[in-house]
Design a binder for this molecule. Sequence first.
Ligand code: EZ4
Ligand code: CO
Length: 402
Amino acid sequence: MKIVSAKVVVCSPGRNFVTLKIETDQGVYGIGDATLNGRELAVVSYLEDHVVPCLIGMDPRRIEDIWQYLYRGAYWRRGPVTMRAIAAVDVALWDIKAKMAGMPLYQLMGGRSRDGVMVYGHANGSDIAETVEAVGQYIDMGYKAIRAQTGVPGIKDAYGVGRGKLYYEPADAALPSVTGWDTRKALNYVPKLFEELRKTYGFDHHLLHDGHHRYTPQEAANLGKMLEPFQLFWLEDVTPAENQEAFKLIRQHTVTPLAVGEIFNSIWDAKDLIQNQLIDYIRATIVGAGGLTHLRRIADLAGLYQIRTGCHGATDLSPVTMGAALHFDTWVPNFGIQEYMRHTPETDAVFPHDYRFEAGYLYCGERPGHGVDLDEALAAKYPYKPAFLPVARLQDGTMWNW
Ligand code: EZ4
Ligand code: CO
């Protein structure tokens, strides 16, 4: 069996996606996602110029060997561009293998560990009152877990506050838009949001919050401590994780559960945090961290320390990643939660899929493979549109972490 073609499709049905389609001499094909929000074309070039020529003629059944070939063979290891390209190949090859086996992907991974995959949705509003109302709408839709982000008076376009209710998308301009940040104002305001949420809805639902790398370790510890009475499911990316020692300080001061890793691209980014038990949830996901082949190694390492998974699932991860993630989530023993931001109807039409939402859970389908396809003719109607993520500056103009 041989790979006869590998094609990179760039389309923008509401937002940009980079998709890899690998075809074999036996007519079976596989689909992988390679989207890197705001840096899409770098991955296109990596795939088209440096990966696809090597794939032609290879045996698509040798998933592990091809993974090692692309990882070790490049000499230059890791990084978001490289690991997304590897992820796209890996997921397309797992799709092919599962189709050949006539099985949904979760069966190949080891079979079902649970009936459904608990997901969390994104509720947000321009202030506390609006956000409390938005959380109520998610509760009414059946969600068991909800992430809450609020605008903060005096901060321009605080992170996580979208224009639409269901389709929040941060990459919104042909050049990065400039947003604001003020830690003092956020520390005054965010705990009040959760106080209000618990007063209004009680303690039955899981509530989450994303710090989006904005706080210093000491400020993060302070926030975690202030949020303790409200029993969050997790506090995410509360400080940047390049310096992993920083999490020791946070841990010494708060029992609020911590989640990190949506920008991690390999097990090496996560190893120290996991082995020192400095986090509770690992956010690495399939497209970000080298595909299923690599993500399951991260999950297994995390499992040794009772750390559970919480795969990134924003709209910049295409339905292909969501489909594959749901098979992974259905299998992985130490599953925690799955992020789920809905795609627009345009995106869903370009990527026909068989997963479905019901009462707070997503269910992967039973179709052979990961269950997500690409409608190439429809994709061609939505050409690439330059779109950058925003940047953030403090009030005096200092560049901050977006
Ligand atoms: O800002 O995926 O938890 N979710 C997030 C996301 C990220 C986007 C960046 O492309 O932090 O919304
Ligand atoms: Co996040």
